[in-house]
Ligand binder design. Structure first.
Ligand SMILES: [Cu+2]
Length: 267
């Protein structure tokens, strides 16, 4: 699976800079549209990962490709394949042996986050004063819940370099890092917690933010982003007791629903 990711990243970097699928262009989508500090944080990043994953599937030639996730609670260093070749980012200010502190990503922190039952206190709060679904609310400030604040923000500053900028997706680890946030959201739902049904959230549309494999922009409505099974993927360990699987399984355990993926690290 990682070999497909490597192939896709290489191809995206090799595309002309004018091509919307180009690596830097993908990061620019984040720079331009990414909502932070409000309740669109989770669905926007889910849609962003989905669009990116489709492009990876197409460019890698592997129709079964599913983006792996990096579970930093278990693997406290950036996984080894991200220290060489196209997955390496020379702007990072840490080394392969550095470990992220448990005060940011420890199991007790994640457990506390998953124990929160209120959607907005889990997923970040609505923009202050929001009273309609106008596009301008996408980037308006609400407040950050711990899921957005504690693990991600500290991981971004710990890794440093590109990861501390709005063009953080330039670092290939960004996508696996956000995949883990997406997994925690799916886990929270799998435990029976419900997303808000407020129409200011469910009916909100991310307009022309994302790009399909034919470089066409498209709209996504939040209500179409809430069910991972409907979106065609799942995670290996949802609502299952914490074990410590091998690094191989951990790194590539995000699997597409219809296309179950192999467990081989470089498969
Ligand atoms: Cu972001």
């Amino acid at each position: 699976m990682l070999s497909s990711y490597i192939r896709a990243v290489e191809q995206m970097k090799a595309l002309p800079s004018s091509d919307p699928r180009n690596w830097e262009q993908q990061a620019r989508i984040h720079q331009r549209y990414c909502p932070h500090g409000n309740w669109y944080f989770l669905p926007w990043h889910r849609a962003y990962l989905l669009a990116f994953e489709e492009i990876c599937r197409d460019l890698s030639g592997n129709p079964d490709f599913a983006l792996p996730y990096w579970n930093w609670t278990v693997d406290t260093s950036i996984p080894e394949p991200f220290w060489s070749g196209t997955l390496r980012d020379a702007t990072r200010r840490i080394s392969s042996t550095d470990r992220i502190g448990a005060e940011f990503v420890g199991q007790n922190i994640i457990d506390d986050i998953l124990d929160e039952e209120d959607f907005e206190l889990f997923a970040s709060l609505r923009p202050t004063g929001q009273n309609n679904t106008d596009q301008s609310w996408q980037m308006a400030r609400g407040a950050l819940a711990p899921l957005e604040r504690t693990p991600p923000n500290n991981i971004h500053t710990w890794i440093s370099g590109n990861m501390t900028t709005l063009r953080s997706p330039l670092d290939p680890i960004f996508w696996l890092h956000h995949c883990n946030i997406d997994r925690i959201w799916a886990e929270w739902n799998a435990r029976g917690n419900r997303n808000t049904d407020n129409i200011l959230w469910t009916d909100f549309s991310f307009r022309q933010n994302f790009i399909d494999i034919n470089s066409r922009r498209y709209d996504v409505v939040v209500r179409d982003l809430v069910d991972v099974n409907q979106l065609g993927y799942s995670y290996d360990v949802l609502t299952q007791p914490q074990e410590t699987p091998s690094l191989m399984e951990r790194v590539l355990s995000r699997s597409a629903g219809i296309h179950r993926t192999t467990n081989s690290y470089f498969g």
